[in-house]
Design a protein around this ligand. Structure first.
Ligand code: SF4
Ligand code: SF4
Length: 483
Protein backbone atom coordinates (compact mmCIF):
# COMPACT_ATOMS: atom_id res chain seq x y z
CA UNK A 1 0.00 0.00 0.00
CA UNK A 2 1.37 3.36 -0.93
CA UNK A 3 1.40 6.08 1.65
CA UNK A 4 -0.11 9.06 -0.10
CA UNK A 5 3.25 10.31 -1.15
CA UNK A 6 3.66 12.79 -3.96
CA UNK A 7 6.32 11.40 -6.18
CA UNK A 8 6.27 14.01 -8.88
CA UNK A 9 8.65 16.50 -7.29
CA UNK A 10 12.25 16.39 -6.35
CA UNK A 11 11.44 15.33 -2.80
CA UNK A 12 8.60 13.26 -1.41
CA UNK A 13 6.09 14.88 0.89
CA UNK A 14 2.83 13.81 2.46
CA UNK A 15 -0.35 15.05 0.84
CA UNK A 16 -1.01 17.38 3.75
CA UNK A 17 2.54 18.70 4.09
CA UNK A 18 4.35 21.25 2.00
CA UNK A 19 7.91 20.51 1.03
CA UNK A 20 8.95 22.93 3.76
CA UNK A 21 7.24 20.66 6.28
CA UNK A 22 4.31 23.00 6.96
CA UNK A 23 0.67 21.97 7.05
CA UNK A 24 -0.97 22.11 3.64
CA UNK A 25 -4.58 23.07 4.14
CA UNK A 26 -6.90 20.87 2.17
CA UNK A 27 -9.86 22.72 0.68
CA UNK A 28 -11.63 20.03 -1.32
CA UNK A 29 -13.86 21.14 -4.17
CA UNK A 30 -17.39 19.80 -4.09
CA UNK A 31 -17.99 17.32 -6.90
CA UNK A 32 -21.65 16.72 -7.39
CA UNK A 33 -22.60 13.24 -8.47
CA UNK A 34 -24.53 10.13 -7.59
CA UNK A 35 -22.23 9.15 -4.73
CA UNK A 36 -22.27 12.60 -3.14
CA UNK A 37 -26.06 12.66 -3.28
CA UNK A 38 -26.31 9.16 -1.82
CA UNK A 39 -23.78 9.97 0.89
CA UNK A 40 -25.68 13.13 1.76
CA UNK A 41 -28.86 11.11 2.38
CA UNK A 42 -26.97 8.56 4.43
CA UNK A 43 -25.23 11.30 6.42
CA UNK A 44 -28.43 13.16 7.25
CA UNK A 45 -30.08 9.88 8.20
CA UNK A 46 -27.21 9.07 10.55
CA UNK A 47 -27.23 12.56 12.05
CA UNK A 48 -30.97 12.17 12.70
CA UNK A 49 -30.37 8.77 14.32
CA UNK A 50 -27.52 10.10 16.47
CA UNK A 51 -29.67 13.03 17.60
CA UNK A 52 -32.83 11.05 18.32
CA UNK A 53 -31.50 7.86 19.91
CA UNK A 54 -31.14 9.35 23.43
CA UNK A 55 -34.86 10.25 23.34
CA UNK A 56 -36.08 6.80 22.26
CA UNK A 57 -37.28 4.36 24.91
CA UNK A 58 -37.79 0.63 24.66
CA UNK A 59 -39.40 -1.45 27.41
CA UNK A 60 -39.63 1.78 29.40
CA UNK A 61 -35.85 2.19 29.27
CA UNK A 62 -33.61 4.32 27.09
CA UNK A 63 -32.69 2.60 23.85
CA UNK A 64 -29.05 3.38 24.60
CA UNK A 65 -27.67 4.61 27.91
CA UNK A 66 -23.99 4.16 28.74
CA UNK A 67 -24.07 4.97 32.43
CA UNK A 68 -20.35 4.74 33.10
CA UNK A 69 -20.63 6.19 36.63
CA UNK A 70 -23.05 3.43 37.70
CA UNK A 71 -21.32 0.90 35.40
CA UNK A 72 -24.61 0.07 33.70
CA UNK A 73 -24.92 -0.11 29.95
CA UNK A 74 -28.36 -0.22 28.37
CA UNK A 75 -28.39 -1.28 24.74
CA UNK A 76 -31.62 -1.82 22.83
CA UNK A 77 -33.65 -2.14 26.02
CA UNK A 78 -31.28 -4.62 27.71
CA UNK A 79 -29.21 -3.48 30.66
CA UNK A 80 -25.75 -4.93 31.17
CA UNK A 81 -24.28 -4.76 34.66
CA UNK A 82 -20.62 -5.13 35.69
CA UNK A 83 -21.45 -8.78 36.42
CA UNK A 84 -22.29 -9.25 32.72
CA UNK A 85 -18.62 -9.24 31.79
CA UNK A 86 -18.97 -12.28 29.53
CA UNK A 87 -21.90 -10.76 27.65
CA UNK A 88 -20.14 -7.44 27.21
CA UNK A 89 -16.92 -9.15 26.13
CA UNK A 90 -18.80 -11.24 23.56
CA UNK A 91 -20.54 -8.14 22.27
CA UNK A 92 -17.31 -6.18 21.91
CA UNK A 93 -15.42 -9.01 20.22
CA UNK A 94 -18.39 -9.57 17.85
CA UNK A 95 -18.29 -5.89 16.87
CA UNK A 96 -14.57 -6.11 16.14
CA UNK A 97 -15.00 -9.22 14.00
CA UNK A 98 -17.90 -7.54 12.16
CA UNK A 99 -15.62 -4.58 11.37
CA UNK A 100 -12.97 -7.01 10.07
CA UNK A 101 -15.54 -8.79 7.91
CA UNK A 102 -16.97 -5.55 6.51
CA UNK A 103 -13.49 -4.27 5.74
CA UNK A 104 -12.49 -7.50 3.99
CA UNK A 105 -15.64 -7.33 1.86
CA UNK A 106 -16.18 -3.62 1.28
CA UNK A 107 -12.92 -1.92 2.28
CA UNK A 108 -13.26 1.37 4.15
CA UNK A 109 -16.98 1.73 3.54
CA UNK A 110 -17.35 2.80 7.17
CA UNK A 111 -14.83 5.64 6.78
CA UNK A 112 -16.36 7.13 3.66
CA UNK A 113 -20.02 6.69 4.45
CA UNK A 114 -20.75 6.36 8.14
CA UNK A 115 -17.87 7.49 10.37
CA UNK A 116 -18.96 10.52 12.46
CA UNK A 117 -15.71 12.22 11.54
CA UNK A 118 -16.58 12.09 7.83
CA UNK A 119 -20.30 12.67 8.29
CA UNK A 120 -19.97 15.80 10.42
CA UNK A 121 -16.90 17.16 8.64
CA UNK A 122 -18.22 16.80 5.10
CA UNK A 123 -21.93 17.36 5.67
CA UNK A 124 -22.07 19.86 8.54
CA UNK A 125 -18.87 21.76 9.18
CA UNK A 126 -17.59 22.15 5.61
CA UNK A 127 -21.00 23.22 4.24
CA UNK A 128 -21.19 25.91 6.96
CA UNK A 129 -17.76 27.11 5.90
CA UNK A 130 -18.75 27.20 2.24
CA UNK A 131 -21.97 29.01 3.04
CA UNK A 132 -19.89 31.78 4.58
CA UNK A 133 -17.68 31.99 1.50
CA UNK A 134 -14.75 30.28 3.25
CA UNK A 135 -13.02 26.97 2.65
CA UNK A 136 -11.91 27.72 -0.89
CA UNK A 137 -8.24 27.39 -1.87
CA UNK A 138 -6.46 30.64 -1.12
CA UNK A 139 -9.51 32.40 0.32
CA UNK A 140 -9.19 33.50 3.90
CA UNK A 141 -12.48 35.36 3.91
CA UNK A 142 -13.31 38.52 5.80
CA UNK A 143 -12.75 38.83 9.55
CA UNK A 144 -16.53 39.00 9.94
CA UNK A 145 -17.04 35.72 8.06
CA UNK A 146 -14.31 34.07 10.14
CA UNK A 147 -15.89 35.37 13.33
CA UNK A 148 -19.34 34.14 12.32
CA UNK A 149 -17.84 30.77 11.39
CA UNK A 150 -16.22 30.49 14.83
CA UNK A 151 -19.50 31.29 16.60
CA UNK A 152 -21.53 28.87 14.44
CA UNK A 153 -18.92 26.12 14.86
CA UNK A 154 -18.99 26.71 18.61
CA UNK A 155 -22.77 26.46 18.78
CA UNK A 156 -22.86 23.32 16.65
CA UNK A 157 -20.04 21.77 18.70
CA UNK A 158 -21.82 22.58 21.97
CA UNK A 159 -25.02 21.06 20.65
CA UNK A 160 -23.15 17.91 19.58
CA UNK A 161 -21.37 17.77 22.94
CA UNK A 162 -24.73 17.86 24.74
CA UNK A 163 -26.09 15.12 22.48
CA UNK A 164 -22.96 13.07 23.12
CA UNK A 165 -23.35 13.59 26.87
CA UNK A 166 -27.00 12.47 26.69
CA UNK A 167 -25.78 8.98 25.75
CA UNK A 168 -24.01 8.77 29.11
CA UNK A 169 -26.41 10.49 31.48
CA UNK A 170 -29.81 10.32 29.76
CA UNK A 171 -31.84 13.18 28.32
CA UNK A 172 -33.90 13.75 31.47
CA UNK A 173 -30.89 14.36 33.67
CA UNK A 174 -29.23 16.44 30.97
CA UNK A 175 -32.32 18.63 30.58
CA UNK A 176 -32.35 19.16 34.35
CA UNK A 177 -28.65 20.12 34.39
CA UNK A 178 -29.07 22.54 31.50
CA UNK A 179 -31.64 24.46 33.53
CA UNK A 180 -29.38 24.64 36.59
CA UNK A 181 -26.19 26.51 37.37
CA UNK A 182 -22.99 24.66 36.27
CA UNK A 183 -21.77 25.06 39.86
CA UNK A 184 -24.36 22.46 40.89
CA UNK A 185 -22.84 19.82 38.59
CA UNK A 186 -19.25 20.88 37.79
CA UNK A 187 -18.00 17.48 36.56
CA UNK A 188 -20.53 17.00 33.74
CA UNK A 189 -20.18 20.68 32.85
CA UNK A 190 -16.44 20.21 32.51
CA UNK A 191 -17.00 17.09 30.36
CA UNK A 192 -19.31 19.12 28.09
CA UNK A 193 -16.72 21.90 27.78
CA UNK A 194 -13.91 19.42 27.07
CA UNK A 195 -16.01 17.64 24.43
CA UNK A 196 -16.90 20.98 22.80
CA UNK A 197 -13.23 21.98 22.78
CA UNK A 198 -12.25 18.61 21.28
CA UNK A 199 -14.83 19.04 18.51
CA UNK A 200 -13.71 22.60 17.78
CA UNK A 201 -10.12 21.39 17.55
CA UNK A 202 -11.03 18.38 15.41
CA UNK A 203 -13.48 19.93 12.96
CA UNK A 204 -11.98 23.41 12.95
CA UNK A 205 -8.28 22.60 12.82
CA UNK A 206 -7.21 18.94 12.83
CA UNK A 207 -9.74 17.76 10.20
CA UNK A 208 -8.37 15.15 7.78
CA UNK A 209 -5.38 14.61 10.07
CA UNK A 210 -7.69 12.58 12.32
CA UNK A 211 -8.13 10.06 9.49
CA UNK A 212 -4.52 10.22 8.36
CA UNK A 213 -2.57 10.12 11.60
CA UNK A 214 -4.88 9.60 14.58
CA UNK A 215 -7.46 6.96 13.71
CA UNK A 216 -6.27 3.41 14.52
CA UNK A 217 -8.77 1.94 12.07
CA UNK A 218 -6.91 3.52 9.15
CA UNK A 219 -3.67 2.00 10.40
CA UNK A 220 -5.20 -1.50 10.38
CA UNK A 221 -6.32 -1.28 6.77
CA UNK A 222 -3.30 -2.98 5.27
CA UNK A 223 -3.94 -6.13 7.30
CA UNK A 224 -7.71 -6.13 6.80
CA UNK A 225 -7.79 -5.63 3.04
CA UNK A 226 -6.74 -8.07 0.36
CA UNK A 227 -6.74 -8.04 -3.44
CA UNK A 228 -10.45 -8.92 -3.49
CA UNK A 229 -11.63 -6.16 -1.14
CA UNK A 230 -13.64 -3.33 -2.64
CA UNK A 231 -11.67 -0.10 -2.80
CA UNK A 232 -11.92 3.18 -4.67
CA UNK A 233 -9.46 2.65 -7.47
CA UNK A 234 -8.16 4.28 -10.61
CA UNK A 235 -8.19 2.06 -13.71
CA UNK A 236 -4.61 2.53 -14.79
CA UNK A 237 -4.99 0.32 -17.86
CA UNK A 238 -7.75 2.51 -19.17
CA UNK A 239 -6.44 5.86 -17.99
CA UNK A 240 -2.74 5.73 -18.92
CA UNK A 241 -0.86 7.27 -20.58
CA UNK A 242 -2.68 10.32 -19.40
CA UNK A 243 -2.89 13.40 -21.60
CA UNK A 244 -5.12 16.15 -22.95
CA UNK A 245 -7.73 15.38 -25.58
CA UNK A 246 -10.52 17.09 -27.44
CA UNK A 247 -13.81 17.56 -25.61
CA UNK A 248 -16.71 15.63 -27.11
CA UNK A 249 -19.19 18.41 -26.45
CA UNK A 250 -18.76 21.88 -27.78
CA UNK A 251 -19.51 23.59 -24.47
CA UNK A 252 -16.42 22.37 -22.68
CA UNK A 253 -13.16 24.11 -23.37
CA UNK A 254 -10.55 21.45 -22.90
CA UNK A 255 -7.17 22.15 -24.47
CA UNK A 256 -6.16 20.05 -27.43
CA UNK A 257 -2.52 19.29 -27.68
CA UNK A 258 -0.75 17.81 -30.63
CA UNK A 259 -0.74 14.17 -29.54
CA UNK A 260 -2.47 11.39 -31.33
CA UNK A 261 -5.62 11.12 -29.22
CA UNK A 262 -6.10 7.47 -30.07
CA UNK A 263 -2.88 6.54 -28.32
CA UNK A 264 -3.48 8.26 -25.03
CA UNK A 265 -5.62 6.92 -22.21
CA UNK A 266 -8.87 8.31 -20.87
CA UNK A 267 -7.30 10.38 -18.09
CA UNK A 268 -6.93 13.95 -19.26
CA UNK A 269 -4.85 14.86 -16.21
CA UNK A 270 -7.30 17.55 -15.13
CA UNK A 271 -6.52 16.75 -11.48
CA UNK A 272 -10.14 17.24 -10.44
CA UNK A 273 -9.95 13.90 -8.61
CA UNK A 274 -7.09 15.39 -6.56
CA UNK A 275 -8.62 18.78 -5.86
CA UNK A 276 -11.86 17.18 -4.64
CA UNK A 277 -10.13 14.71 -2.34
CA UNK A 278 -10.67 15.53 1.37
CA UNK A 279 -7.33 13.96 2.26
CA UNK A 280 -5.49 15.60 -0.61
CA UNK A 281 -4.17 12.45 -2.26
CA UNK A 282 -3.92 11.48 -5.90
CA UNK A 283 -5.79 8.21 -6.30
CA UNK A 284 -3.92 7.61 -9.54
CA UNK A 285 -0.87 6.73 -7.44
CA UNK A 286 -2.61 3.54 -6.32
CA UNK A 287 -4.19 2.31 -3.08
CA UNK A 288 -3.19 4.61 -0.25
CA UNK A 289 -3.66 4.53 3.48
CA UNK A 290 -5.07 8.08 3.43
CA UNK A 291 -7.95 7.14 1.12
CA UNK A 292 -11.16 7.05 3.17
CA UNK A 293 -13.22 5.68 0.26
CA UNK A 294 -15.47 8.73 0.17
CA UNK A 295 -16.00 8.37 -3.61
CA UNK A 296 -15.64 12.12 -4.21
CA UNK A 297 -13.00 11.39 -6.85
CA UNK A 298 -15.42 8.99 -8.58
CA UNK A 299 -18.03 11.75 -8.89
CA UNK A 300 -15.40 14.24 -10.09
CA UNK A 301 -13.99 11.89 -12.69
CA UNK A 302 -17.38 10.62 -13.90
CA UNK A 303 -18.37 14.25 -14.61
CA UNK A 304 -15.17 14.72 -16.60
CA UNK A 305 -15.74 11.49 -18.54
CA UNK A 306 -19.27 12.66 -19.38
CA UNK A 307 -17.88 15.92 -20.73
CA UNK A 308 -15.33 14.23 -22.98
CA UNK A 309 -17.81 11.57 -24.09
CA UNK A 310 -16.20 8.58 -22.38
CA UNK A 311 -17.75 5.91 -20.21
CA UNK A 312 -17.86 6.63 -16.49
CA UNK A 313 -15.85 4.51 -14.08
CA UNK A 314 -12.26 5.47 -14.82
CA UNK A 315 -12.17 5.79 -11.05
CA UNK A 316 -14.61 3.37 -9.49
CA UNK A 317 -15.35 0.92 -6.70
CA UNK A 318 -13.44 -2.22 -7.68
CA UNK A 319 -11.04 -4.77 -6.27
CA UNK A 320 -7.38 -4.86 -7.16
CA UNK A 321 -7.93 -8.27 -8.73
CA UNK A 322 -10.68 -6.90 -10.98
CA UNK A 323 -8.44 -4.04 -12.06
CA UNK A 324 -5.78 -6.58 -13.00
CA UNK A 325 -8.32 -8.22 -15.31
CA UNK A 326 -8.91 -11.27 -13.10
CA UNK A 327 -12.26 -12.38 -11.79
CA UNK A 328 -13.08 -11.37 -8.29
CA UNK A 329 -13.47 -13.91 -5.47
CA UNK A 330 -16.26 -12.99 -3.08
CA UNK A 331 -15.78 -15.97 -0.77
CA UNK A 332 -12.22 -16.47 0.30
CA UNK A 333 -10.49 -17.85 3.40
CA UNK A 334 -10.43 -14.65 5.45
CA UNK A 335 -14.07 -13.87 4.66
CA UNK A 336 -15.11 -17.44 5.57
CA UNK A 337 -13.11 -17.30 8.82
CA UNK A 338 -14.49 -13.90 9.87
CA UNK A 339 -18.07 -14.92 8.96
CA UNK A 340 -17.79 -18.22 10.88
CA UNK A 341 -16.25 -16.50 13.87
CA UNK A 342 -18.98 -13.87 13.82
CA UNK A 343 -21.71 -16.52 13.62
CA UNK A 344 -20.20 -18.42 16.59
CA UNK A 345 -19.72 -15.29 18.69
CA UNK A 346 -23.18 -13.98 17.80
CA UNK A 347 -24.78 -17.30 18.75
CA UNK A 348 -22.87 -17.41 22.02
CA UNK A 349 -23.95 -13.86 22.79
CA UNK A 350 -27.62 -14.59 22.07
CA UNK A 351 -27.46 -17.80 24.11
CA UNK A 352 -25.82 -16.01 27.04
CA UNK A 353 -28.40 -13.23 26.79
CA UNK A 354 -31.34 -15.65 26.68
CA UNK A 355 -30.06 -17.64 29.66
CA UNK A 356 -28.93 -14.62 31.64
CA UNK A 357 -29.61 -15.12 35.32
CA UNK A 358 -32.30 -12.96 36.92
CA UNK A 359 -30.04 -12.22 39.87
CA UNK A 360 -26.51 -12.79 41.12
CA UNK A 361 -25.67 -13.98 44.61
CA UNK A 362 -22.30 -13.73 46.35
CA UNK A 363 -21.80 -14.97 49.91
CA UNK A 364 -18.89 -13.76 51.99
CA UNK A 365 -18.06 -14.73 55.56
CA UNK A 366 -18.82 -11.92 58.03
CA UNK A 367 -16.17 -10.05 59.97
CA UNK A 368 -15.15 -10.95 63.51
CA UNK A 369 -15.20 -14.34 65.22
CA UNK A 370 -15.94 -17.25 62.84
CA UNK A 371 -18.86 -18.30 65.02
CA UNK A 372 -20.59 -17.53 68.26
CA UNK A 373 -22.08 -20.07 70.69
CA UNK A 374 -25.39 -18.60 71.78
CA UNK A 375 -26.77 -18.81 75.35
CA UNK A 376 -29.25 -21.43 74.21
CA UNK A 377 -26.41 -23.63 72.89
CA UNK A 378 -26.97 -22.99 69.21
CA UNK A 379 -24.10 -21.80 67.00
CA UNK A 380 -24.30 -18.61 64.94
CA UNK A 381 -22.26 -17.80 61.79
CA UNK A 382 -22.34 -14.29 60.31
CA UNK A 383 -22.36 -14.01 56.53
CA UNK A 384 -22.85 -11.17 54.08
CA UNK A 385 -25.26 -12.06 51.30
CA UNK A 386 -24.81 -9.79 48.29
CA UNK A 387 -27.77 -9.96 45.94
CA UNK A 388 -27.98 -8.10 42.63
CA UNK A 389 -31.42 -7.85 41.11
CA UNK A 390 -30.75 -8.03 37.37
CA UNK A 391 -34.34 -7.45 36.34
CA UNK A 392 -36.09 -4.17 35.60
CA UNK A 393 -38.72 -4.74 38.33
CA UNK A 394 -38.66 -4.64 42.14
CA UNK A 395 -38.13 -8.13 43.54
CA UNK A 396 -38.36 -9.58 47.08
CA UNK A 397 -35.85 -12.27 48.00
CA UNK A 398 -35.63 -14.80 50.84
CA UNK A 399 -32.62 -16.58 52.33
CA UNK A 400 -32.80 -20.06 53.86
CA UNK A 401 -30.35 -22.76 54.87
CA UNK A 402 -30.75 -26.30 53.61
CA UNK A 403 -28.75 -29.44 54.28
CA UNK A 404 -28.36 -28.79 58.02
CA UNK A 405 -31.38 -29.96 60.02
CA UNK A 406 -32.64 -27.28 62.40
CA UNK A 407 -30.57 -24.47 60.86
CA UNK A 408 -32.15 -21.15 59.93
CA UNK A 409 -31.16 -17.80 58.44
CA UNK A 410 -32.08 -14.41 59.86
CA UNK A 411 -31.44 -11.03 58.39
CA UNK A 412 -32.31 -7.74 59.95
CA UNK A 413 -32.79 -5.75 56.76
CA UNK A 414 -35.55 -6.52 54.32
CA UNK A 415 -34.64 -8.08 51.03
CA UNK A 416 -36.84 -6.02 48.74
CA UNK A 417 -34.59 -4.79 45.95
CA UNK A 418 -35.44 -2.20 43.33
CA UNK A 419 -34.80 -2.72 39.61
CA UNK A 420 -31.13 -3.55 38.99
CA UNK A 421 -30.31 -2.76 42.62
CA UNK A 422 -27.44 -4.52 44.38
CA UNK A 423 -27.36 -4.82 48.17
CA UNK A 424 -25.26 -6.54 50.82
CA UNK A 425 -27.49 -8.08 53.50
CA UNK A 426 -25.78 -9.05 56.79
CA UNK A 427 -27.31 -12.42 57.72
CA UNK A 428 -27.01 -14.67 60.76
CA UNK A 429 -27.12 -18.42 60.24
CA UNK A 430 -28.00 -20.31 63.37
CA UNK A 431 -27.47 -24.09 63.57
CA UNK A 432 -27.81 -26.66 66.40
CA UNK A 433 -24.65 -27.43 68.35
CA UNK A 434 -24.68 -31.10 67.35
CA UNK A 435 -24.82 -30.28 63.60
CA UNK A 436 -21.06 -29.79 63.59
CA UNK A 437 -18.52 -32.52 63.03
CA UNK A 438 -14.88 -31.65 63.60
CA UNK A 439 -15.92 -27.99 63.75
CA UNK A 440 -17.66 -27.83 60.43
CA UNK A 441 -21.08 -28.34 58.88
CA UNK A 442 -21.71 -28.41 55.14
CA UNK A 443 -24.72 -26.27 54.32
CA UNK A 444 -26.40 -24.80 51.29
CA UNK A 445 -27.52 -21.18 51.44
CA UNK A 446 -30.53 -20.79 49.20
CA UNK A 447 -31.56 -17.36 47.89
CA UNK A 448 -34.92 -17.27 46.07
CA UNK A 449 -37.34 -14.66 44.91
CA UNK A 450 -40.85 -14.72 46.27
CA UNK A 451 -42.34 -15.24 42.81
CA UNK A 452 -40.61 -18.59 42.30
CA UNK A 453 -38.73 -17.41 39.20
CA UNK A 454 -35.26 -17.42 40.72
CA UNK A 455 -33.43 -19.80 43.06
CA UNK A 456 -29.72 -19.94 43.67
CA UNK A 457 -28.02 -22.52 45.91
CA UNK A 458 -24.56 -21.66 47.22
CA UNK A 459 -22.52 -24.29 49.06
CA UNK A 460 -21.22 -22.91 52.32
CA UNK A 461 -19.24 -24.41 55.20
CA UNK A 462 -20.49 -23.35 58.62
CA UNK A 463 -17.88 -23.10 61.35
CA UNK A 464 -18.64 -24.49 64.77
CA UNK A 465 -17.24 -25.34 68.22
CA UNK A 466 -15.33 -28.40 67.06
CA UNK A 467 -12.85 -26.03 65.51
CA UNK A 468 -11.96 -24.57 68.84
CA UNK A 469 -11.93 -27.97 70.51
CA UNK A 470 -9.70 -29.40 67.79
CA UNK A 471 -7.55 -26.32 67.91
CA UNK A 472 -7.27 -26.53 71.72
CA UNK A 473 -6.50 -30.20 71.52
CA UNK A 474 -3.81 -29.83 68.90
CA UNK A 475 -2.37 -26.83 70.69
CA UNK A 476 -2.24 -28.87 73.94
CA UNK A 477 -0.56 -31.76 72.12
CA UNK A 478 2.02 -29.35 70.64
CA UNK A 479 2.67 -27.91 74.10
CA UNK A 480 3.04 -31.43 75.61
CA UNK A 481 5.49 -32.38 72.84
CA UNK A 482 7.56 -29.23 73.44
CA UNK A 483 7.77 -30.07 77.18
S1 SF4 B 1 -10.58 13.35 -12.62
FE1 SF4 B 1 -10.36 11.58 -13.99
S2 SF4 B 1 -9.59 12.53 -15.86
FE2 SF4 B 1 -9.26 14.04 -14.27
S3 SF4 B 1 -7.18 13.63 -13.54
FE3 SF4 B 1 -8.57 12.46 -12.26
S4 SF4 B 1 -8.59 10.45 -13.22
FE4 SF4 B 1 -7.79 11.85 -14.74
S1 SF4 C 1 -8.88 9.23 -3.13
FE1 SF4 C 1 -11.03 9.45 -3.68
S2 SF4 C 1 -12.12 8.04 -2.33
FE2 SF4 C 1 -10.06 8.29 -1.51
S3 SF4 C 1 -10.27 9.91 0.01
FE3 SF4 C 1 -9.66 10.90 -1.92
S4 SF4 C 1 -11.57 11.46 -2.91
FE4 SF4 C 1 -12.11 10.02 -1.31
Amino acid sequence: MATGVETTGASEVLSTLTREGKRRWICPKVSDGRFLRARRWVAWGLIAVFTLVPYVRLNDRPLVLLDVAARRFTLFGTTFLPTDTVLLALLMVSIFVLVFLMSALFGRVWCGWACPQTVYMEFVYRPIERLLGLGRPGSKGTPLARGVKFVVYLLVSMYLAHTFLAYFVGVERLAQWVRQSPAQHPAPFFVMLATTAAMMFDFGYFREQTCIVACPYGRFQSVMLDRDSTIVAYDRTRGEPRGKKRAATGDVALPVLGEDEARIGDCIDCRLCVTTCPTGIDIRNGLQMECVNCAQCIDACDAVMAKIGRDPGLIRYASQRELAGESRRRVRPRVAIYATLLAVLGSLFLFALATKSLATVIIVRGRGAPFTVMPDGTVMNRVNVKVTNRTDRPVSYTVEVVGVPGASARHEEGMDLGPEEARVIPTSIVAPFDAFSRGKASAVIRVSDTEGRFTKDVKYTLMGPGTMVEHSKSQKEDDDEEQ
